[in-house]
Design a binder for this molecule. Structure first.
Ligand code: PBG
Length: 346
């Protein structure tokens, strides 16, 4: 029966009625709080493009972890800014790497908080890419020609490629060393093919058969990662990430990425970014039964913060509305820089 018998506004007349029929709820356990760990002691250096987000030394990160626990957050995820970068990402898998040290310190401070390790190489590579970089062989179809070929192509710029399979060993080493340091969950974000299988095998062979993998399964090459690259000092020194991260136009391919990671042994899956990709989250929720995460990334945070600071948006309302939308699309876990503030608001 339609209007005037049906009046949808009847159930909107008071907050108590509205909350009675509310379909989507947020709790602090939905939120995962990202931390950027840097060398030094008592360091809290604000990221200029992300007001309220800091580079934290290990001791400060441990304090944040304690607060995350007190607020009832679902967990934290760690990113590292190493002392030195090189061409084999030594800082990512070193036994005393920055993330490994932070994990041990946090685990000593708060035992029962879920600590997730972002596994990627870009922060630890001098070139800022997520895998090993090699000089591209020109004209790969001319397989017989020796190195250099004949018709000297005056390549104005050298061309490079991010090679897949050799990168898997380093990623696996990184995951295992994080697990050894006490990491609860391993979250590969590099987008190399086959990395979930490689990491699963590496963890199992090293005695970490019970450590789950949260795969950044559908990670898009996005302009919204800009501020993160300042926070994690991980901007690529040349080129971009489009040869390994997904094309933002593709939802069917995203489902193939997710399916593949599930087949390789992922325990949880992620879509990233969140707000510009709500349809991808919804489709993933419809198709797959694994726990689903979404990452409200640095650029989403930065643009909201900028408008909030200008007084153009109402802080509390847009924080909760954006997170509710991501929940409603189907993600039960949300990685968000608003985690602490949202938990306080609830
Ligand atoms: C590492 C990584 C990135 C983010 C998470 N892990 C950056 C990138 O892929 O360039 C982005 C997170 C954010 O923007 O908040 N590869």
């Amino acid at each position: 029966m339609s209007f005037p018998v049906t009046r949808l506004r009847r159930m909107r007349r008071s907050e108590s009625l509205r909350s009675l029929v509310r379909e989507t709820h947020l709790t602090p356990t939905n939120f995962i709080y990202p931390l950027f760990v840097c060398p030094g002691e008592r360091v809290r250096k604000e990221v200029s493009s992300m007001p309220g987000v800091f580079n934290l030394s290990v001791d400060e990160a441990a304090k944040e972890a304690k607060e995350a626990k007190a607020l009832g957050l679902g967990g934290i995820i760690l990113f590292g800014l190493p002392e030195k970068k090189d061409e084999i990402a030594t800082g990512a898998w070193a036994e005393d790497g920055i993330v490994q040290r932070a994990t041990r310190a946090i685990k000593q401070e708060v035992r029962d908080l879920v600590v997730i390790g972002d596994v990627c190489l870009c922060e630890y590579m001098s070139h800022g890419h997520c895998g090993i970089v090699e000089k591209k062989k020109h004209n790969p179809s001319a397989a017989s020609s020796q190195q250099g070929g004949t018709a000297a192509q005056p390549a104005a710029e050298p061309e490079y490629e991010i090679v897949n399979d050799p990168s898997l060993d380093i990623l696996t080493k990184t995951a295992v060393s994080q697990a050894r340091a006490g990491m609860d969950v391993i979250a590969p974000s590099d987008m190399m093919d086959g990395r979930v299988a490689a990491i699963r095998k590496g963890l199992d062979q090293s005695g970490f058969g019970n450590t789950p993998i949260l795969s950044y399964a559908a990670k898009f090459a996005s302009g919204f990662y800009g501020p993160f690259r300042e926070a994690a000092d991980s901007a690529p020194q040349f080129g971009d990430r489009r040869s390994y991260q997904m094309d933002g136009a593709n939802v069917r391919e995203a489902m193939r990425e997710i399916q593949q990671d599930i087949d390789e042994g992922a325990d949880m899956i992620m879509v990233k970014p969140a707000m510009p990709y709500l349809d991808v989250i919804a489709e993933a929720r419809r198709r797959f039964d694994l726990p689903l995460a979404a990452y409200q990334v640095s650029g989403e945070y930065a643009m909201m913060q900028a408008a909030i600071q200008k007084g153009w948006l109402d802080r509390n309302r847009v924080i909760l509305e954006s997170l509710t939308s991501i929940r409603r699309a189907g993600a039960e876990m949300i990685l968000t820089y608003f985690a602490k503030e949202a938990a306080k608001l609830l």
